[in-house]
Design a protein around this ligand. Structure first.
Ligand SMILES: C[S@@+](CC[C@H](N)C(=O)[O-])C[C@H]1O[C@@H](n2cnc3c(N)ncnc32)[C@H](O)[C@@H]1O
Length: 202
């Protein structure tokens, strides 16, 4: 999609048309434009395509990240995955990362965040399993929620919200590298989350 060509108001000469880029938001949950991190997806420059396994969140595409065959290969500029990969079984993670790479155009990037199990484990080692670690948009989060899934959602019957695997900075970097991503960078934010960026070399 191309935005209307803007004009430089001083010279009245056309400047380059601004091309919108597409981000595939996987495991998107309920619609909320604020879920796109502005540093990576400046407003107006990106269009969002939402995919989730749960039809109740009304995604554009209902499906699993382990098989996104309805999304054409090389068709998106970015994949954004927030608190999603840990909902897979461990053996499904390589399938999902292969799908992330397949749908990305060459030099497109993945931005991935999820619980930092190394920091969670430190909390558990202190004996703090159910105490509030931080407050999320959904409510208080304890180590137990980060290990096994947000208890109120699971108690409400939403099995898609259960956690079946987990990551440290080291294992996330290994999985992304094994999937063929380049420029893999993983950061621990110190607030119980890992943040990774990785580029599809093509
Ligand atoms: C903790 S929520 C995160 C929602 C959103 N990304 C956010 O950060 O607010 C996890 C989401 O992953 C979805 N999910 C779980 N398993 C999935 C799968 N195999 N494929 C796609 N989405 C999945 C759930 O339905 C849920 O919407």
């Amino acid at each position: 999609m191309t935005l209307a060509t803007p004009l430089d108001v001083h010279s009245a000469t056309p400047i380059a048309a601004v091309q919108t880029r597409q981000v595939l938001h996987v495991g998107c949950g309920a619609a909320d434009p604020a879920k796109l991190p502005a540093a990576f997806f400046p407003q107006g420059l990106w269009s969002e395509l939402r995919l989730d396994i749960d039809p109740k969140v009304s995604p554009d595409i209902v499906g699993s990240i382990t098989d996104m065959s309805v999304v054409a290969s090389g068709s998106v500029d970015a994949v954004w995955s927030a608190h999603n990969l840990e909902h897979l079984r461990a053996h499904e993670v390589p399938l999902a990362l292969a799908e992330f790479r397949r749908v990305l155009r060459p030099m497109g990037f993945a931005l991935v965040t999820m619980p930092d199990l190394q920091q969670v484990a430190a909390l558990v080692a202190e004996g703090n399993l159910e105490g509030t670690a931080y407050i999320s948009a959904l409510g208080p989060i304890a180590a137990l929620d980060m290990l096994y899934g947000f208890r109120p959602s699971v108690a409400g019957g939403n099995d898609f919200m259960g956690h079946k695997t987990g990551f440290t900075a080291g294992t996330l970097a290994q999985h992304l590298t094994a999937a063929g991503f380049a420029q893999v960078q993983v950061q621990r934010d110190g607030a119980f989350a890992l943040w990774a960026t990785a580029v599809n070399p093509g």
